[in-house]
Design a protein around this ligand. Structure first.
Ligand SMILES: Cc1ncc(COP(=O)(O)O)c(C=O)c1O
Length: 366
């Protein structure tokens, strides 16, 4: 028996977070095919999946899920033909070597802590993802925080780092303005597979070839994992010194196989459908006066203090789009965040617009 009060310090933190309304909870999501799922027992349409191209339950991807766990770091006995084939395919897409990671989070940790160190200054956009913030912390580099969208990068900066599509704001920066003597790293978690020639991401869509690209396999490709693209020297350094590459088990073989199939299936036709669906949702929201931020397939509508009530009302109406609160977004900027997939039908999109309009009318601002 452990003595009572052993975890009092943790309990106190839980209590404080609970009183501040900051505790999050996991919903049970049972996929029912396509964009439909049972969420906490209710059958709804998902407008919050990152399966942007509708590939996650594609029969060819499902068939590719075979093989075993890597059993060790890739540097020990975990380097499988499927890893090499996937890195080669991604390398061909970008024309520079690719290195796989277990997730986008660990890819950003590995990339940033490898390319910069305490002697370097890094310019980082104020709305960058937590994994970029943590990667820079790990690197020990000095940080200059750029107001969101402001490309005033100080002279002497070694690296500028931005996202291709901002995950909470759905916007794409004027990326050519971030190009310069310094290196440029673009996190294409939400752009890879969806935008630009061959799905290379938002930067390529704007004609920018970043020095380093991070892309995820868990969003548009419907699998899990991530990759980093850069010059051959980066590949050498990541494999030898990238802590989140070296000191971790390689991706399971089924994941690498499925991602390889996903890469082949992620074609222009699916990207075009995603773009068409995005336009339909954004136009529909505009027509009912619920204008969304940004212009990509991440579609946030700022709803302030009503956010959680609006999200709950959407669930009641058969649509799941979560409310996003502080600390993920600033106070007063709470929002319902919708994501579009190529797999959504026109009826689902129109139904969501109607449901959001109804919820906003039913829940007045205080
Ligand atoms: C901008 C951005 N970077 C990185 C990540 C992390 O990617 P992953 O889910 O593959 O760890 C995410 C996902 O939430 C993201 O939105």
């Amino acid at each position: 028996m452990r003595p009572p009060g052993r975890y009092a310090a943790l309990a106190q933190r839980v209590d404080t977070a609970s009183k501040d309304g900051l505790l999050r909870r996991l919903r049970m999501v049972e996929p029912l095919g396509g964009t439909t799922a049972r969420v906490d027992g209710r059958v709804v349409t998902l407008f919050c999946t990152n399966d942007y191209l509708g590939l996650a339950d594609h029969p060819e991807i499902q068939a590719a899920w075979r093989g075993s766990g890597a059993g060790a770091s890739r540097l020990v006995s975990g380097n499988r033909p499927a890893h090499v084939a996937l890195e080669e395919a991604l390398g061909q897409l970008y024309g520079r070597p690719a290195t796989l990671f277990g997730s986008g989070f660990t890819a950003n940790l590995g990339l940033l802590s490898t390319v910069v160190g305490p002697d370097d200054t890094v310019a980082s956009d104020a709305l960058n993802h937590a994994s970029i913030i943590d990667g820079l912390r790990l690197s020990g580099a000095k940080k200059v925080i750029l107001d969101h969208g402001r490309a005033d990068i100080p002279a002497g900066t070694r690296l500028a780092v931005v996202e291709g599509v901002y995950s909470m704001d759905g916007d794409i920066l004027d990326l050519p303005r971030y190009f310069g003597d310094h290196w440029l790293a673009v996190d294409e978690a939400h752009g890879f597979g969806c935008l630009g020639p061959g799905g290379r991401g938002a930067a390529y869509a704007k004609g920018v070839v970043p020095d380093f690209v991070m892309g995820t396999l868990g969003k548009a490709l419907g699998v899990v994992g991530a990759f980093v693209i850069g010059p051959p020297e980066l590949r050498e350094l990541l494999v030898s010194f990238g802590r989140s590459f070296v000191y971790t088990t390689g991706l399971p073989e089924p994941v690498a196989r499925a991602a390889l199939v996903g890469l082949r299936l992620a074609d222009d036709e699916r990207r075009e459908r995603l773009a068409t669906n995005t336009r339909r949702l954004r136009m529909g929201l505009w027509q009912v006066g619920a204008e969304a931020l940004g212009h990509a397939h991440v579609v946030p509508v700022v709803t302030g203090e009503r956010t959680m009530a609006v999200s709950e009302a959407l669930l009641d109406r058969g649509y799941y789009a979560p409310g996003i609160r502080w600390p993920t977004v600033p106070r007063g900027q709470e929002r319902v965040r919708m994501t579009v997939s190529a797999a959504h039908t026109d009826d689902q999109i129109d139904g969501l617009v109607e449901a959001l309009d109804g919820a906003l009318r039913a829940i007045p601002t205080r």
